[in-house]
Design a protein around this ligand. Sequence first.
Ligand code: 4AD
Length: 424
Amino acid sequence: MAAEFSSIESVLDDKQAGKLVHIRGWVHRKRDQKELIFLVIRDSTDLIQAVIKKDSKAWKDAEKITIESSCELSGKIKKEERAPTGYELQVDDLKIIGLAERFPITKDLSEEFLRDVRHLWLRSRKLTQVLRVRSEVFRAIHDFYHKEGFTEYQSPIFTTQACEGGSTLFEVKGFDRKVYLSQSWQLHAEAGIFALEKIYTVAPMFRAEKSRTTRHLAEAWLAESEAAWLDFDGLLKQEEELIIYVVQHVLKTCKKEFKELSRDTKDLESLKAPFARLKYADALKKLGKKWGYDLTDKDERELVAQLGKPIFLTHFPRDMKAFYMKPDPKEPKTVLGADLLAPGIGEISGGSERIVDEKELQKSLKIFKLKEEDYGWYMDLRKFGSVPHSGMGLGIERLVMWLTGMPHIMDVVSFPRTLYRLSP
Ligand code: 4AD
């Protein structure tokens, strides 16, 4: 068999018709007839129907080959309207590389079973498309922050402080003192801005979430940014620009993926700044609820549907949010924090202006019943040239759910990790 292989995508072209090509991939489907065997072959780029005639030397191997076997094929390309991708490979030569055992995934299997065989289900057309969109989202986030002059910066994963409350901390066994997996890059990033001013990361975070929902994982990825001299309004503007940049990028680079996922992208195409801004108190009025009410994901989606665009939900009661958020000087019962709510999902990011003043931070630690001695180094940052600063964390999986239209967070990650699912 020839060494020069073409991608399937590249041979689905009128210019290739009549030409001899060599492709390789896996058997996606197989249909036997008396005189013909039809294989649908997939590689990472696309699908093509391959036809093997009974009188060809490939017939014996075609009879033997099974679903998900890997193989190399040579043959001529023919335009064929009835084939799934419009072209057909008329096979002269077929070489089986890895003959597959009976593939356990067939039609109509439960979600639970598909999660048990995730290492095999990863090959599904749906997951392939989603993972490609996800990859373009990562690329766009890096491009955006580099374009804006941010430096990529890493925080440790082992931490001794809670950033987002003690209830979801993952304790790590094996040390003689309490150590946790990081819930967020933020606290150590706040130290970094005194050197680098504008920083970002794309990194995993860990939360021991006990609830079973369609939008929580125990291990998820966050794009986070932190910037010196940036106020709350500046933060929201920057976040809007980031989201629009990512959306424009995937619209350009993932047309094929969206088509295969049947994702109608009209809503993404018409997305523009500014997003809606809604104070918590005004959201309560719309929902007919009282101060202190904790919005559910259903409430969030309802609000977005009402306003018809993403919403920055702002000015939450101080004790409802995190200890580091700056109270609004004009409405000190509330904080300069914002959750971004996206259509069909609800919250996809959380950000705020940070407390800069040492005394204010001490007061906040008390309100949240956190011990000052656990936050000694973090307190230091308020003693040595403190500056106004703001930052945010964007949940990559939730963003990808929105962009791809997937209904469950487990659909947008290769190997989901939850309280109930830690393998494969
Ligand atoms: O709102 P959160 O908790 O904010 C922070 O972690 C801040 N320290 C970020 C910062 O300011 N640098 O989390 C940020 C986002 C949420 O809006 C949500 O999209 C996502 O992270 N998120 C989760 N995604 C999946 N599974 C979970 N268990 C998540 N918890 C939060």
